[in-house]
Write a protein that binds this ligand. Structure first.
Ligand code: UDP
Length: 141
C-alpha cells in the first residue's frame, strides 16, 4: 500500500469545542502520523482561495464566513492510504449521514459546521498541503 500525505483542517467549530486532542487521537490510533501542524486564523482571501472549486455553489459565501469565524488547526497526515483513511475517519459531509464513530458524527453540528476538512485525492492533497506548509516545515519520520 502506498504511503501518502493528506491535508487535514480542524474547522473553527471543533477548535471552539476544544476537541483538537480528541481528533488528533483518532488520527494516531488509526496509524496516521502528524508530520506538520499549525494554528491559523484564515483571512477572507485565504478561505476564498482554498475553497475556489466551490465558488459557484450556493453555500460558498456562508462557507467562507464560517471558515474565517475563528482559528483553525491545519495538519499534514502521513501514512498508508492516508487520503482515504482520513476521509473514512471524518465520515460523510453531512453529520446526520456520517457513520457512527466518525469524527463528524461525534463532533459536527451541521453540513456546514462539520468539524473537519480532508483532501479528497492525491492531486488536491499536493495543492492543499502547499497552501499551508513549505516542504522544509514537513517532518516525515
Ligand atoms: N458545504 C456546505 N453545504 C453543502 C455542502 C458543503 O456548507 O451543502 C461545506 C461543508 O463545510 C463541506 C465543504 O463545504 O465540508 C466542502 O464540501 P465538499 O462537498 O467538498 O465536502 P467534504 O469534502 O468536506 O466532505
Amino acid at each position: 500500500m502506498a504511503i501518502e500525505r493528506t491535508l487535514s483542517i480542524i474547522k473553527p467549530d471543533a477548535v471552539a469545542k476544544n476537541v483538537i486532542g480528541q481528533i488528533y487521537s483518532r488520527f494516531e490510533s488509526s496509524g496516521l502520523k502528524i508530520i506538520a501542524a499549525r494554528m491559523i486564523h484564515l483571512s477572507q482571501s485565504d478561505a476564498e482561495q482554498f475553497y475556489a472549486v466551490h465558488r459557484e455553489r450556493p453555500f460558498f459565501n456562508d462557507l467562507v464566513k464560517f471558515m474565517t469565524s475563528g482559528p483553525v488547526m491545519v495538519q499534514v497526515l502521513e501514512g498508508e492510504e492516508a487520503i482515504k483513511k482520513n476521509r473514512d475517519l471524518m465520515g460523510a459531509t453531512d453529520p446526520r449521514k456520517a457513520e457512527t464513530g466518525t469524527i463528524r458524527a461525534d463532533f459536527a453540528d451541521s453540513i456546514d459546521a462539520n468539524a473537519v476538512h480532508g483532501s479528497d485525492a492525491l492531486e488536491t492533497a499536493i495543492v492543499e498541503i502547499a497552501c499551508f506548509f513549505p516542504t522544509l516545515n514537513i517532518y516525515s519520520r
